[in-house]
Design a protein around this ligand. Sequence first.
Ligand SMILES: *Cc1c(COP(=O)(O)O)cnc(C)c1O
Length: 360
Amino acid sequence: MFNVYNFNPGPSALPSEVKRRAKEEGFSKDVSVMELSHRSKEYENIHFGTKEKIKHLLSVPDHYDILFLQGGASLQFAMLPMNFLTPGKKAGYVLTGSWSEKAFEEASRCGETYTYASGAHDQYRSIPEIHTWEPSENTAYLHLTSNNTIYGTQWYSLPEPHLDTPVFIDASSDIFSKPVNWSKVDLLYAGAQKNAGPSGVTIVIVRKDLLEDANTTIPKILQYTTHQKKDSLYHTPPTFSIYTMGLVMDWLKDQGGVEKIYETNAEKAGLLYKLMDESDHFYQPHADQLSRSMMNITFRLPSVELEQEFLSHAKEEGFIGLKGHRSIGGCRISLYNAVTLQSVNALHDFMNAFRRNHSC
Ligand SMILES: *Cc1c(COP(=O)(O)O)cnc(C)c1O
């Protein structure tokens, strides 16, 4: 049988167990999960069950709320400032790649912003070193992107808090890949389609007391409190996405939770970085050593022609999704939770063979 190894950057691989269950259980009754009313008892069990599983897996403290929204992480780029960037205040952004730039741009349309730190000067190869946050006066919040999906960099430790300045994190591409230190995070958000499930649902985990001071002059649909008060059932939620995300959470629990999956992720990324480091610069990771992402490895080969050959050979062998993002080119391996060690080993062997056949 021909194997397909899915390294897509997002939407990305789902665990095969999740696909089996969605197919068998999601459609086993006369009324499939997709056809349930979102006001029905059956759906409520799915909805609140998924929320409970997330709370448990990420050890979310009781003083945080978990919301299921739509519009992707991109809508959060706008909702955050609309809710929290009130007149007279500013928001500080750490720029570490394309997504944080987009978040910054949206916030700048809503109010006053400033660049707290930026890695733009070295093509976003490294995460700026910040030990303790030292925001300017009147900072409404600080924002960072924990994993930079396009450039292949990741934060390894989060800065120490500064008094009560809230810290907001876009964790779209590394949520559930490791534990979260909630003492350093006040709001965390992620589109589900990379590491949590199918597209359509956005997870927002937020400290409840922050919402008490949120802006109430914006349209209701854009206020976090609207969704919080109605348990994310203010309007029709993406029911099938939330259902499938619940299955991903069950799978994650079976894997031993986020501590355990972190070890596997480290092993997967470690194998490939080692191969690249020992490749005599044939495979050249974009990220500096200390900022390397365990989720997305962005890399170059010695020439654009070789990269094209690499990608087409890989595809013939069943390795898909390895093309780099159109904004920076090159190649990229996405190693989300559902990508198995077996797939990584197969890719590792392919990359070794490709190098042997193509270096002088
Ligand atoms: C993919 C991605 C986004 C965009 O997510 P959408 O759900 O498509 O809006 C934002 N931030 C990061 C870090 C991402 O990886």
